[in-house]
Design a protein. Structure first.
Length: 134
């Protein structure tokens, strides 16, 4: 029953693992791991939700495997997407993307009665692997 509720398992595929908490919340640093399938992926799209109790902006830096850093700003609560460009199209090539967030919160410090002491950034709701054009 717990495995069914574990968001990490719902998001995972043989090619992709999103290292969120079991409930889908991302820590301030979130790793996304890809192993290229036989039909190479060109982009990974993470469907996310910013749900801070304060509703403040969230600043995100995406560090690609080659060291490139892309910035994203989420102005307030609501849905947003993070797109990860995949450069290495070789089958079985591996890549790790690091998503670093500023503007996180600790539920126990913001919500009355909460005992959750984890620093949280955003929720990961789903992901899509977009193949390279044929």
């Amino acid at each position: 029953l717990r495995a069914r509720a574990d968001r990490r398992l719902q998001l995972a595929t043989p090619q992709l693992f999103v290292a969120s908490h079991a409930d889908g919340w991302a820590a301030p640093v979130l790793d996304v791991r890809l192993r290229q399938p036989s039909r190479p992926v060109q982009r990974i799209v993470l469907a996310c939700e910013h749900a801070s109790p304060r509703g403040e902006a969230l600043s995100i830096e995406v560090v690609s495997p080659g060291g490139r850093v892309d910035a994203l700003r989420v102005g307030g609560n609501g849905p947003f997407e993070i797109e990860l460009a995949v450069a290495d199209g070789r089958p079985q090539a591996q890549a790790v993307y690091r998503i670093v967030s500023q503007g996180t919160f600790v539920p126990a410090e913001q919500e009355a009665g909460s005992t959750d002491r984890r620093p949280l950034a955003f929720r990961v709701l789903g992901c899509r692997l977009l193949p390279q054009a044929s």
